[in-house]
Design a protein around this ligand. Structure first.
Ligand code: HMG
Length: 460
């Protein structure tokens, strides 16, 4: 009872690169069938960074933007966590670079460092920040959770599932998006679906088909334990009924590519269907009866089940999830920040009134693997000037900002990828490129000296 009330997200800032490549252009350039990336993966554009940007600069930019917009004093932050899998130094945390921003304020009493496990690091950071706030170590100040990544793949089938970006979240009590206490369904196991053993390269090793199965299995397991936990909570309050998707008004997912998320929402419906008794089954399970004797774990690659689920869940997808995919469709996979970019997109496409009082379910997945399904409770107060209304209006320019990026050709994109390879882990260079191609106010890498010390500057 001494815990602070409604710990969660007070504010959120999104950063993505100022340039992108169009997926239809990429289909032509890569000589694949039209529709393979745009329909098959559900992707329309992909953001990418030049050599002038790295994980430190992305995180510097997003934190600076959040602090400037909210006008919070730099000494009001008592914890700063970074979730990333874009590792440019095996020892020195991105967090230490971010301390540069706090220098003038004199605030050095800031806990937290980096957390890494593929795309899950941002969620682990969010949990750490909330745990701190609900502990004896909390000193009343805010926490910042920063997640960011540069997702790049070698030439081949995985390359169109790249992307880049960062999200910074201000965490505190009385939040318009409060983490629901006691409700985290987690699944972790040892898998080699996507990993980065090659220290001389920015690229991962990826077993694409296996990664999809791992993601689906983790989703099924997390949903089952989330459901068990919420039903137990309900029982203590005297409510004894099954939890279903109907109890979640909006559902967001880690988004490697958008088609995967549409299938994932279908899988949640399938979980509900398989655990329901035939007399309680409602009409939304139309077309699924033929699969009632299957086990969840036998259906990861079953195309008939896929098709039936996409059809049965289409309305639900349109209502609960589609709006959250806006940034992912136009910018691609942002790894640790993907899920939180989905949250921003959801907020950008709904009014505070629409969202007020709802539950937002969130599924976080990081290869290797670590996954959790958890939820936010949106505050009921959507009045003008309320924290919820302010949060929603602060992300409402997302579509405009995306539309203001520069479209680059696949040739230019490939050239930049080659440059990234060429300069990866090099010392004693100043990155080529024109800083005027970055959004105003963006931090960029100015120089890497002969001792691999990195120096950053900010575009006016
Ligand atoms: P691929 O070889 O392009 O796969 O690789 P595909 O040939 O099966 O095609 C994909 C879909 O496009 C299929 O749809 C095709 O039918 C369809 P499905 O049958 O599966 O529904 N298709 C078309 N549709 C319309 N018109 C056409 C057409 N052609 C084909 N002309 C793969 C795809 C995702 C495997 C690859 O891009 C890859 O390896 N990506 C990276 C790994 C990945 O994204 N995995 C996702 C789950 S793991 C995860 O989320 C973690 C991650 O974020 C990393 C982390 O945690 O840090 C990746």
């Amino acid at each position: 009872d001494t815990w602070p009330k409604d710990v969660g997200i007070l504010d959120l800032e999104v950063y993505f690169p100022a340039q992108y490549v169009d997926q239809t252009d990429l289909e032509k350039y890569n000589n694949v069938e039209a529709g393979k990336y745009t329909v098959g993966l559900g992707q329309t554009q992909m953001g990418f960074c030049s050599v002038q940007e790295d994980i430190n600069s992305l995180c510097l930019t997003v934190v600076q933007r959040l602090m400037e917009r909210t006008r919070l004093p730099w000494d009001s932050v008592g914890r700063l966590e970074v979730g990333t899998e874009t590792i440019i130094d095996k020892s020195k945390a991105v967090k230490t670079v971010l301390m540069e921003l706090f220098q003038d304020s004199g605030n050095t009493d800031i806990e937290g460092i980096d957390t890494t496990n593929a795309c899950y690091g941002g969620t682990a950071s969010l949990f750490n920040a909330a745990n701190w706030m609900e502990s004896s170590y909390w000193d009343g100040r805010y926490a910042l959770v920063v997640c960011g990544d540069i997702a790049v793949y070698p030439n081949g089938n995985a390359r169109p599932t790249g992307g880049a970006g960062a999200v910074a979240m201000l965490i505190g009590p009385n939040a318009p998006l409060a983490l629901e206490q006691g409700l985290r369904g987690t699944h972790m196991e040892n898998a080699y679906d996507f990993y980065k053993p090659n220290l001389a390269s920015e690229y991962p090793l990826v077993d694409g088909k296996l990664s999809i199965q791992c993601y689906f299995r983790a989703l099924d397991k997390c949903y089952a334990s989330y459901r068990r936990k919420i039903q137990n909570q309900w029982k203590q309050d005297g409510v004894d009924r099954p939890f279903t998707l109907d109890d979640i008004q909006y559902m967001i997912f880690h988004t490697p590519f958008c088609k995967m998320v549409q299938k994932s929402l279908g899988r949640l419906m399938f979980s509900d269907f398989l655990s329901s008794s035939s007399d309680t089954r409602n009409t939304s399970y139309k077309g699924l009866e033929a699969f009632r004797n299957l086990k969840l774990e036998d259906t990861y690659t079953n195309k008939d089940v896929d098709k039936a689920l996409l059809k049965a869940s289409l309305d639900t997808f349109n209502k609960k999830t589609r709006a959250s995919l806006y940034l992912s469709t136009h910018n691609g996979n942002m790894y640790t920040s993907s899920l939180y970019g989905c949250l921003a997109s959801l907020l950008a496409h709904h009014s505070a009134q629409d969202l007020a009082g709802s539950r937002i379910g969130a599924f976080s997945y990081g290869s290797g693997l670590a996954a959790s399904l958890f939820s936010f409770r949106v505050s009921k107060d959507a009045s003008p000037g309320s924290p919820l209304e302010k949060l929603v209006s602060s992300v409402s320019d997302l579509p405009q900002r995306l539309a203001s990026r520069r479209r680059m050709s696949p040739e230019e994109f490939t050239e930049v990828m080659n440059q990234r390879e060429q300069f990866y882990h090099k010392s004693n260079f100043s990155p080529p490129g024109d800083i005027n191609n970055l959004f105003p106010g963006t931090w960029y890498l100015e120089r890497v000296d002969e001792m691999h010390r990195r120096k950053y500057a900010r575009r006016p």
